[in-house]
Write a protein that binds this ligand. Structure first.
Ligand code: ATP
Length: 235
């Protein structure tokens, strides 16, 4: 499973609702190659999180196909050691300390790393013995990120990694992303921030109302994007 795209979706659709009446993702085709940083960009409700959760194996497609490393991402046992995941809201805020949380997530992942190293990467060394439940919103996001990058996974999914972070924490997060990229990790993330996507992504996918309307490098998107897509950062 070393050849071929790391992540591939073909005619992927996902519907919500008792009768599947709400189409959150519509016939989406996607290929992400080894070492790429791919950013899904779009407004609230565009379907970015639903797409990511389906690629992660957390949702079963209504129709279409998803493969990760050539296999089914719902096959957790084979995928887990190779994939790090940062959810939009992990809800992880228990009685464990920050250091214990990272250590536990690390041991579940099956990858090797060092708690002190990872604490340093996300600038949480000073909070290492604080209970995770007592962290600020931005600190919780950094803890979630730390758990996703533990052991430098081959593939990392990040759902709005910088939302709620102050500028310095954002820079720190992108530095950490650059570090795992230089080690060869493939990264798929969602964001609302055009300026982050254009600065860091190899390719950007523009989602609107469940449809992946365009994708490409920034240059490809700027030359000839359809007029109904508004390339404006949301703030
Ligand atoms: P945001 O930027 O706000 O996180 P998003 O692009 O990640 O948005 P999704 O969270 O994937 O979008 O949501 C896509 C659509 O599916 C939205 O219209 C949302 O209301 C709907 N949706 C999401 N989760 C559910 C659910 N559990 N049940 C029903 N509809 C849902």
């Amino acid at each position: 499973s070393t050849a071929g795209p790391v992540v591939e979706a073909a005619a992927l659709s996902y519907n919500y609702g008792d009768r599947g009446e709400f189409q959150a993702v519509r016939s989406l085709d996607l290929r992400v190659e080894r070492g790429e940083l791919y950013a899904l960009l779009g407004t609230n409700g565009a379907g970015k999180t639903t797409t990511l959760e389906t690629l992660e194996g957390h949702r079963t497609p209504t129709s279409g196909k998803v493969s990760v490393f050539g296999g089914d991402p719902r096959d957790r046992a084979s995928i887990r050691p190779r994939v790090g995941i940062m959810l939009q809201d992990s809800g992880f805020a228990g009685d464990l300390t920050v250091a214990e949380s990272i250590g536990l997530a690390g041991s579940i992942s099956g990858r090797e790393d060092d708690v002190r190293r990872v604490l340093g990467v996300v600038d949480l060394t000073a909070k290492s013995s604080t209970r995770a439940g007592m962290l600020s919103g931005g600190e919780k996001r950094r803890l979630d990120f730390a758990m996703a990058i533990w052991g430098t996974p081959e593939l990392v999914f990040l759902d709005e990694p910088t939302t709620g972070l102050d500028p310095s924490a954002r820079d720190g997060l992108w530095d950490a992303v650059a570090e795992i990229r230089s080690a060869g990790s493939t990264i798929i993330l969602t964001t609302h921030y055009l300026e982050e996507a254009q600065k860091y992504a190899d390719r950007i996918g523009l989602m609107n109302k469940g449809v992946l309307e365009r994708e490409g490098t920034l240059e490809e998107l700027v030359t000839g994007h359809p007029s109904h897509i508004t390339l404006v950062a949301p703030h």
